[in-house]
Design a protein around this ligand. Structure first.
Ligand SMILES: Nc1ncnc2c1ncn2[C@@H]1O[C@H](COP(=O)(O)OP(=O)(O)OP(=O)(O)O)[C@@H](O)[C@H]1O
Ligand SMILES: [Mg+2]
Length: 253
């Protein structure tokens, strides 16, 4: 099970990613969670103490130069497209409650966004982990659509698009879906988040074909409070935990 989580900014990608990682762990999988957002906060969302002490891989200049052959920040140039990455999970993943979390990061936008050694390293690492049949993978991605097609998500089993009730989030989801279709991603699912009742659910089902809706996670103030208080998302809302566990069960089946 290799799952990438995308969607508009702030819809709950990181929260859902964290809850999926726990649900997969509870289902007996070995789980690797990758934070692939330039503004990394998956560790914080999982309640890891001092998350800022873990630097994203894209910021490890010496490592990037050692592996790709060129200094980070280099545009164009001749870097290794297939740097060695097999030792990186063991060296850099942090264990949170039995889940291995890798803070990969991503290079912030800008013209050379995809063609730099930093991203080459992360891309190769993700590709490597996608081929590892022994573990489940959850990829918490950058908001929006621009990064899709950079070669990180093409090999996932499922692309989940988180949608909150609201026009802009739905528009972004539709653009992500179109792009996923262009990329040939077969299994794309919509996850409704911050659902406050039947009306929200009906809205979601009206906007997307029923078959595409992987599940819905209720709005729960306690999740927001946990985030503000630096406490883990997992356990803050038993209802959200259950909703995500049900999604994972459905995806597995
Ligand atoms: N089901 C929910 N109920 C209430 N609050 C939620 C829910 N899901 C997420 N939130 C809150 O919404 C805010 C954004 O969540 P989160 O950081 O997971 O979103 P994101 O999509 O990863 O954001 P970004 O685009 O910045 O990476 C957080 O304060 C989080 O606690
Ligand atoms: Mg996030």
């Amino acid at each position: 099970m290799k799952i990438a989580v995308s969607g508009k900014g702030g819809v709950g990608k990181t929260t859902i990613s964290a809850l999926i990682a726990y649900a997969l762990r509870d289902a007996g999988h070995r789980v690797i969670a990758i934070d692939a957002d330039p503004d990394s906060n998956l560790l914080a969302c999982m309640g890891y103490p001092r998350p800022d002490s873990v630097r994203p891989l894209v910021e490890l200049r010496d490592l990037i130069e050692e592996r790709t052959g060129v200094k980070p920040g280099t545009v164009g140039g001749m870097y290794k497209l297939n740097p060695r990455v097999d030792d990186l999970p063991d060296r850099y993943a942090v264990d949170v409650d039995g889940i291995k979390v890798l803070v990969a990061g991503a290079v912030k936008k800008g013209g050379s966004g995809c063609y730099c050694p930093e991203n080459a390293l992360v891309r190769t690492l993700v590709a490597h982990l996608l081929l590892d049949r022994g573990s489940a993978l959850v990829l918490d991605m950058e908001a929006g659509v621009e990064h899709l097609g950079r070669g990180t998500v093409e090999a996932v089993d499922r692309l989940l698009i988180v949608v909150e009730p609201g026009r802009r989030s739905v528009e972004t989801a539709s653009r992500i879906r179109a792009l996923a279709a262009d990329l040939g991603l077969a299994h794309v699912g919509i996850v409704g988040n911050k659902i406050r009742g039947e009306a929200d659910l009906a809205l979601l089902r009206g906007l997307f074909p029923d078959a595409d809706v992987a599940g819905a996670v209720p709005y729960d103030e306690r999740l927001r409070e946990a985030e503000i208080g630096g406490r883990p998302a997992r356990g803050a809302s038993p209802e959200a935990d259950r909703a995500v566990a049900a999604i994972v069960t459905r995806l597995n089946g």
